[in-house]
Design a protein around this ligand. Sequence first.
Ligand SMILES: [Zn+2]
Ligand SMILES: [Zn+2]
Length: 240
Amino acid sequence: MWRVDLHTHSVASGHAYSTVAELAEAGAATGLEAIGITDHGPGLPQGPHVFHFSNLYRLREWRGACALLPGVEEDLAGPEGELYLPEEVLKQLDIVLVGVHPYGWAEKETAARVTRSLLKAMENPLVKGVTHPVNTWLRLDVKEIVKAAKDTHTAVELNLSKVAGLESELRQFLEWVEDYEAPLMVNSDAHIAAEVGCWGRAAELLPMIPMARVINRSLAAVCDFFGCQMPRYANEEVSV
Ligand SMILES: [Zn+2]
Ligand SMILES: [Zn+2]
């Protein structure tokens, strides 16, 4: 199945329960080549301070069967696609994803204004993915987001922690992904190690997933899409 899980949270997110080492070990046990460590940005309650992200390059020193890719799941900080982390910090990360959560700037905004801001954020060349466009708390204009994905080189996410109750919306979403040739990522959004690479949760939607569009199928495909370096010790035999 897919060899990279691009969206996982460590204890640094405050409401997630595994360390990066535990996440990596779970990734290795499920046969993954790499995982993205994408803790929430500083705009979400409990989100780590900017220092967490400016220091995250140290993940590249991890030696193990499953490599770690430094990243973030950012939130919108304003109506024009603004983000919470400064550009110079975002530039240091491999996996910059943006998602909408019912906190921060987006909390009191309409779905239309949030969609507009998200479309602006997708135009930011540092932003390479949008997490859970289909969710239960804010009905974004998913069709417009999927339509913008190809031209802005932004992957849209099938989020496996948000499937129950959203099956029909997700089927429609996957149809649009195919129609508009959108880059797609399928991720766990793990908040505990046991959820890493939980591809079984995609079983019901599997016939609808356009496999050729899944960018997290391999680490090489991920590095190509995100324009990031192959992790230093990836695929290296580990000797202790
Ligand atoms: Zn979270
Ligand atoms: Zn997340």
